[in-house]
Design a protein around this ligand. Sequence first.
Ligand code: SF4
Ligand code: SF4
Length: 178
Amino acid sequence: MRSVSLDEVHRSVEEVVERLSRHHGPRLNCRIGCCQCCVDELTVFEVEALHIRQRFAELLEAGEPHAEGACAFLGSGGDCRIYEARPYVCRTQGLPLRWIEEVSEEEIVEMRDICPLNEPGPPVEEIPEDLCWSIGPVEERLAKLQASIDGGCLRRVLLRSLFRKAARTESPDSVLGS
Ligand code: SF4
Ligand code: SF4
């Protein structure tokens, strides 16, 4: 069976994100310059880190990471400097999110959340399931991709550590095992 590429995963995410963004458009305040969700300390699977390395080698080699306290890739205008190659986790920010959580051995509950800036509007608890972003399936696809290159170690990489200038001051643990 043919293996799925990271580009294909990102493309399939974008298709759903576009549909959901169209539907929820009036309540979404996501725009360039709004970057409270671009937090520091984000880690991604190594496959997504390699994707960024391949496409933004010059930035990583010579560029300055954003000051600590926000994502290293945040630009001075609140833009994402690796937008086309941004990791999965950045692509669904702002949408109504749903996920399944096992709160005890007997109880499994569905959780909901949305960025506080996008909260005004119909309560997220009342939004039909197919109009929320479901956390879980894409994470599984990414984990499979990662397992195919590291034999199941599921290594994660700190985004900030991709910058050569940040790497000098990072601890050797910047490539993390999960
Ligand atoms: S990679 Fe881009 S979109 Fe993602 S947190 Fe960093 S600046 Fe924000
Ligand atoms: S998710 Fe929230 S903080 Fe991030 S861009 Fe959208 S409105 Fe702004």
